[in-house]
Design a protein around this ligand. Structure first.
Ligand code: ATP
Ligand code: MG
Length: 567
């Protein structure tokens, strides 16, 4: 492609709203442009890279027997009402009305549409298992669209759905998907981990997220320093055992702690360690109030609390409810003398404590020498805290370390959640009607593109992995006003095209400095410069990522490039 007539607007400066590298570089290098918050156009070279990711995904899906289809972006509300998600999906679902005032959702995901199709068209176990996928723009009105393509409101997703006759069969499909996902992200040149994730209120069993390791990731991964164990921090069980203190319980007493708010403040003020205090937080769990206790140096994990109660919703109790129920504000709460309508649950670590401090449900007052069982009752002890670095790994091998990750893919055993609500059944080999067992599998295609840039860039621009770049070769002539340079570059361009090599040709009448800077920004893996030695038929070849360069005769170029890409 000749660059002189292509839409690749490059920028010298980072756009003001771009906080992270992939956002900055994709805009600066002319891959994308924002249309509105979280909504982007892909310019020609951006579209090319997006297609590369798409094609890898498509190939790996087809390899495991999934078939591509296309569902509409407009989804009638009736289907979403069948599963209850018209309400539970909340304000992330974009909704519109047609001229007859019928309600539609803009597709955020397609479980309802596919389940409705399959229940009508698939009747027999002989047609199962069945896996279909599509690659399509999704719409989600994210509360905080940010980081460019990483969290958009319209973004490209691959979503696949499987229908099986049994859980065993679902396990097999899931395994294949898992492998296919690993292949996709490996081929995209990504350093990633598959981590155990939370199945939440979807009613599913197993679920894994594929995380690209990156400082800018929104998720925290807890992984073992010696084994393959890795989980989303939300999910990692804590297996630490706590030895009960052998201290004799003393007499609980009230102490004044004026102005001491944090666990550290109170501990310093009372002259003990942070882990000798109890942290108390009031939650609303569906329509019940729960006071959750952890040791002062631990953090309560609301996902674990939600799972403990099998609840649909967990949130911090409002300041108003807290005052009404416990008589004090957030910094002064404690488990002693709480009213009956508040249930007290505690993390296992609390059970081992003796003579510790806790809030007294009075502003500026704490108890010291409080002991669970003696001074207050706990309805239930459970694993309620976030795992921490240094905790033993849940698989029994090694200790836990943290890393940040970008979720690029998600595989999910849905089970019967949708098929039951939507009545998707089939006749088994005994002629009996059975509910279909489902799985769903997503890849953020546009998010993956941004994740690749997060892992492949340097000070000057993007450094695409070989098979992700928009073009294989960037050809430029240093000074196209010089006839011999222009002629040689034109000739080389033709022979590269003829050899089936994707080449972007910077034939613009710009200064060499501008061309080199743009070339570095684009990140095409190999650059060929036609310059001073054009008259001798010699050009310079430079690798973008390593900076390695050599001079070659023009006639050697095609073979050199082909071999370089084969290696
Ligand atoms: P997140 O926790 O990041 O919001 P999610 O759990 O809502 O993700 P899924 O519903 O599992 O995501 O969607 C499948 C995939 O689509 C995700 O793994 C992710 O790669 C991608 N994705 C989800 N939301 C967005 C978004 N707002 N912008 C870009 N990609 C997204
Ligand atoms: Mg989301």
């Amino acid at each position: 492609m000749r660059q002189s007539h292509m839409l690749i607007p490059t920028l010298k400066e980072n756009p003001a709203d771009a906080e992270i590298k992939s956002h900055q570089l994709l805009v600066r290098a002319g891959y994308i442009r924002q249309v509105a918050s979280g909504i982007y156009s892909f310019l020609p070279i951006g579209r090319r890279v997006l297609s590369k990711v798409e094609n890898i995904v498509r190939e790996e899906m087809e390899k495991i027997g999934a078939h591509e289809m296309a569902m509409p972006a407009l989804e009638p509300s009736e289907l979403w009402k069948e599963t209850g998600r018209w309400t539970t999906f909340g304000s992330e679902l974009m909704r519109i009305n047609d001229r007859h005032n019928r309600e539609f959702a803009l597709g955020a995901t397609h479980e309802e549409v596919i389940t409705s199709l399959v229940r009508n068209e698939v009747k027999s176990y002989k047609q199962l298992p069945l896996t279909v996928f599509q690659i399509q723009n999704k719409f989600r009105d994210e509360a905080r669209p940010r980081f460019g393509l990483l969290r958009g409101r319209e973004f490209l997703m691959k979503d696949a759905y499987s229908f099986n006759e049994s859980y065993e069969s679902l396990d097999e499909t899931y395994e294949k998907m898992f492998e296919a996902y690993s292949n996709v992200f490996r081929r995209c040149g990504l350093n990633f981990r598959a981590v155990i994730a939370d199945s939440g209120a979807m009613g599913g069993k197993d679920t894994h997220e594929f995380m690209v390791l990156s400082e800018v990731g929104e998720d925290v991964i807890a992984y073992s320093d010696t084994s393959r164990y890795a989980a989303n921090i939300e999910m990692a069980p804590v297996v630490t055992t706590y030895e009960k203190s052998t201290e004799a319980p003393g007499t609980m007493e009230k102490v004044e702690t004026p102005g001491q708010k944090t666990m550290k403040d109170v501990a310093d003020f009372l002259g003990h360690e942070v882990h000798q205090g109890i942290k108390s937080i009031l939650f609303q769990v569906d329509d019940q109030f729960v006071l959750a206790l952890t040791r002062g140096d631990h953090e309560v994990n609301d996902v674990k609390l939600k799972n403990l109660y099998d609840a649909d919703m967990v949130e911090l109790a409002s300041e108003e409810d807290t005052k009404r129920l416990l008589g004090a504000g957030f910094g002064s709460l404690g488990p002693v003398n709480v009213p009956e309508e508040v249930e007290v649950v505690a993390d296992f670590a609390v059970e081992a404590l003796v003579n510790v401090s806790c809030g007294a449900n009075e502003e500026g007052i704490h108890f010291k020498n409080a002991t669970p069982g003696k001074d207050f009752e706990v309805t239930q002890y459970a694993d309620l805290r976030f795992i921490q670095e240094g905790d033993p790994s849940p698989d029994g091998e090694g200790t836990i370390k943290f890393a940040r990750g970008i979720e690029v893919g998600h595989v999910f055993k849905l089970g019967e959640f949708y098929s039951e609500r939507m009545n998707a059944t089939f006749l088994n080999d005994q002629g009996k009607a059975k509910t279909m067992i489902m799985g769903s599998y997503g890849i953020g295609v546009s998010r993956t593109l941004a994740a690749i840039v997060e892992q492949h860039h340097d000070d000057r621009g993007i450094t695409w992995p070989k098979n992700m770049a928009p073009y294989q070769v960037h050809l430029l002539s240093m000074n196209p006003k010089k006839e011999e340079q222009k002629e040689l570059a034109d000739q080389l361009y033709d022979s590269l095209l003829e050899a089936g090599i994707d080449v972007l040709y910077d034939d613009r009448k710009e200064r060499a400095g501008v061309k080199f800077a743009d070339s570095d920004l684009f990140g095409i893996p190999v650059r060929i410069t036609v310059g001073k030695r054009a008259s001798e038929g010699v050009v310079e070849v430079k690798e973008r990522a390593t900076g390695d360069q050599t001079e070659l005769e023009v006639k050697e170029i095609v073979d050199y490039i082909k071999n370089w890409y084969k290696a």
